[in-house]
Design a binder for this molecule. Structure first.
Ligand code: AMP
Ligand code: MG
Length: 479
C-alpha cells in the first residue's frame, strides 16, 4: 500500500505517534471492493485485509499517528480530545490524484484515550459501514468504510460485546475541533499551518489568497451549507454535531447514534444522549452555523490584526451560511418535487408539503417517493388529508407551468427521491444478528442501501416503514 504522510509532516504537537495494539483473532467482516478499486488499491489486499486492517500487520509504509483536537461537546468546550481510539496510517492518492486518509477506528488506546479502551464494538462499526455506504449512494458527501474486521476480543460496554475495527477513508480528518485545539493554546503559528494544510488539501483554488484564513472560513461555510442541506433532503439526523465531529472538508463524519427519519417531524431526535434535542433534525442547519461561528473565533487573529475588523469579516462570513443553506435546500427540494425551473412560490410549496406530512406524521421517505405515482394519478402513498389534497392541487398547477413531458417527470422524481434508506429498525436487526455471528442480514441491507433509487422486487422488503412495534425511538453511540 503506497502511503503518504502530509499530516504527520506537520509539527509533532499536531499528533502523537502510536502503534495499533494487536488483536487476538482478526477476521474480515466486510471488504469494500468498489471503494478499494476507486482508490486504485491492489486487489490482492483483500486476502491480507484482516491482518492489515485490524492493526496486526500495518502496511510497511504506515506511519501511525493519533491526531490532536479539541471540541465543543453539547455546547461545552473540552480543550483536549483527540483520536482516543482512531489511528491514522497515512494517506493514499487515487487515480484522479485526490488524497484520502486511511484510518483505523477501534485500533487500541492512544495518548488521547482518557479513560476509554480505544476499542469499538461490532455494532457501531457495522452501523458506520452501512450508513456511510448508504449516504454515498444517496449522493451525500461522506467518509467511507473500506473494511470491517472482527478482533476476536470482547469489548465491555453495558456487557461484553464482540470487538471490531473499522477502516475509514476520509478526504481528511481535520475538524473544527482541530482549529479549536490550537486556538485554545493561542498557538497562532500552528493555526496558520493548519489553514495552509486545509487549503492545500481541500480548497486548492484558494492558494495565494490575500486573506487565507477568511477565504478558508467562507469555503467551509459553503461546504457545510451544502452538506447539511443534503442531510435534510434525505431525512438524516447526525445525532452528535459536536465541533469535533464536523470535518472542514464538508464530508459527513463520525457516525454515532445517527438515524434516518421514519415519520416526519422536525423536532425528532434519536440519540439517547441528546436529551434536550440540541441535535434534532430541524436544528441541524442552526447548529452547523453555530459550529462554524466557533471556527470563525479560532481564525480571528489570522483574519485581521485589528480585532474589530476581524470580527466584522468573520461575522459576514458566518451570516453567509443561512442564504447558502437556503439555496442548496431549495434547489434540492425543487428536484424532489420534480421542478426543473424556478418560480417565486417554490419555497412555500416545499415547506407546505412538509407541513402536510408533519400534521399526520407521515413517512418522510415514502411520501416523497410517492410523488412520482401522483404524477400518474396514483395518490396512494400520500396522506389522505384535506391539507394534502389542497397541496396536490397547487403542485399540479405548478407542474403545468413546467416544460417537458409528464413521463420524464416521473423518472426524474424517482431519481431524486430514494426508495430505500437504512431504516433504523432494519439497521438494528442487522447489527443484532451480526453480534450473534450472522452477517446475512447486514449484507442484504448493505446491498439494498447501495441501490437507493431502485424499487424493484428485491428492494421491497427494505422500503417499508416500521410497523409500530418495530419503531426505533432511541439510538446509542456504543462508545
Ligand atoms: P465520538 O463520540 O466517537 O465522536 O468520540 C468523542 C471522543 O471520545 C473522541 O475524542 C474519541 O476519540 C473518544 N472516544 C470515544 N470512544 C472511545 C473509546 N472507546 N476509547 C477511547 N476514546 C474514545
Ligand atoms: Mg468524534
Amino acid at each position: 500500500m503506497d502511503l503518504q504522510h502530509s499530516y504527520a509532516a506537520l509539527p509533532p504537537h499536531f499528533w502523537s505517534a502510536v502503534e495499533p495494539t494487536p488483536v487476538a483473532a482478526p477476521r474480515l467482516l466486510a471488504w469494500n471492493a468498489a471503494l478499494a478499486d476507486a482508490l486504485g488499491l491492489d486487489p490482492a489486499l483483500e486476502a491480507r485485509a484482516a491482518a492489515i486492517f485490524s492493526g496486526n500487520a500495518p502496511p510497511a509504509q504506515a506511519r501511525p499517528i493519533a491526531m490532536a483536537y479539541a471540541g465543543q461537546q453539547f455546547g461545552h468546550f473540552v480543550p483536549q480530545l483527540g483520536d482516543g481510539r482512531a489511528i491514522l496510517l497515512g494517506e493514499v492518492t487515487d487515480p484522479h490524484g485526490r488524497r484520502f486518509d486511511v484510518q483505523l477506528k477501534g485500533a487500541g488506546p492512544t495518548p488521547y484515550s482518557r479513560n476509554g479502551d480505544g476499542r469499538a464494538a461490532i455494532g457501531p462499526v457495522l452501523r458506520e459501514y452501512l450508513v456511510s455506504e448508504a449516504m454515498h449512494a444517496l449522493g451525500v458527501p461522506t467518509t467511507r468504510a473500506l473494511a470491517a474486521v472482527a478482533t476476536g476480543e470482547a469489548v465491555f460496554r453495558d456487557g461484553a460485546l464482540p470487538g471490531a475495527v473499522l477502516t475509514r477513508i476520509a478526504a481528511s480528518h481535520v475538524r473544527v475541533g482541530t482549529f479549536q485545539f490550537f486556538a485554545a493554546r493561542e498557538d497562532h503559528a500552528a493555526l496558520r499551518q493548519l489553514v495552509s494544510f486545509v487549503i492545500d488539501r481541500h480548497y486548492p483554488t484558494l492558494a495565494g489568497h490575500a486573506n487565507p484564513a477568511l477565504a478558508l472560513l467562507e469555503a467551509v461555510v459553503g461546504a457545510q451549507a451544502r452538506l447539511v442541506a443534503a442531510w435534510m433532503q434525505v431525512g438524516f439526523v447526525h445525532g452528535v454535531m459536536n465541533t469535533d465531529n464536523m470535518a472542514v472538508s464538508g464530508e459527513t463524519i463520525d457516525y454515532g447514534p445517527c438515524a434516518f427519519l421514519d415519520e416526519y417531524h422536525p423536532a425528532k431526535t434519536f440519540s439517547s444522549i441528546d436529551r434536550r434535542g440540541r441535535y434534532a433534525y430541524g436544528n441541524q442547519p442552526g447548529i452547523a452555523q453555530w459550529n462554524l461561528a466557533r471556527l470563525a473565533e479560532c481564525l480571528l487573529p489570522l483574519i485581521d490584526d485589528d480585532g474589530e475588523a476581524a470580527v466584522a469579516f468573520a461575522r459576514a462570513a458566518i451570516e453567509g451560511f443561512a442564504p447558502a443553506y437556503r439555496e442548496h435546500w431549495l434547489s434540492g427540494q425543487r428536484r424532489k418535487l420534480g421542478l426543473a425551473t424556478e418560480a417565486a412560490d417554490d419555497e412555500a410549496l416545499a415547506r407546505d408539503f412538509l407541513e402536510a406530512l408533519q400534521a399526520v406524521e407521515a413517512d418522510f421517505t415514502l411520501s416523497y417517493r410517492a410523488l412520482s405515482g401522483a404524477t400518474r394519478g396514483d395518490e396512494g402513498g400520500l396522506p389522505k388529508t384535506p391539507a394534502m389534497d389542497a397541496w396536490l392541487a397547487r403542485w399540479r398547477e405548478r407542474l403545468a407551468r413546467e416544460p417537458g413531458e409528464a413521463a420524464s417527470r416521473a423518472a426524474a422524481l424517482d431519481a431524486a427521491n430514494p426508495a430505500v434508506i437504512p431504516r433504523n429498525h432494519r439497521v438494528e436487526a442487522a447489527l443484532a444478528a451480526a453480534a450473534e455471528g450472522d452477517l446475512a442480514p447486514f449484507e442484504a441491507l448493505l446491498a439494498a442501501v447501495r441501490r437507493p433509487f431502485d424499487d424493484g422486487p428485491p428492494q421491497r422488503p427494505f422500503m417499508a416503514a416500521p410497523v409500530p412495534e418495530e419503531r426505533v425511538t432511541h439510538t446509542f453511540c456504543g462508545t
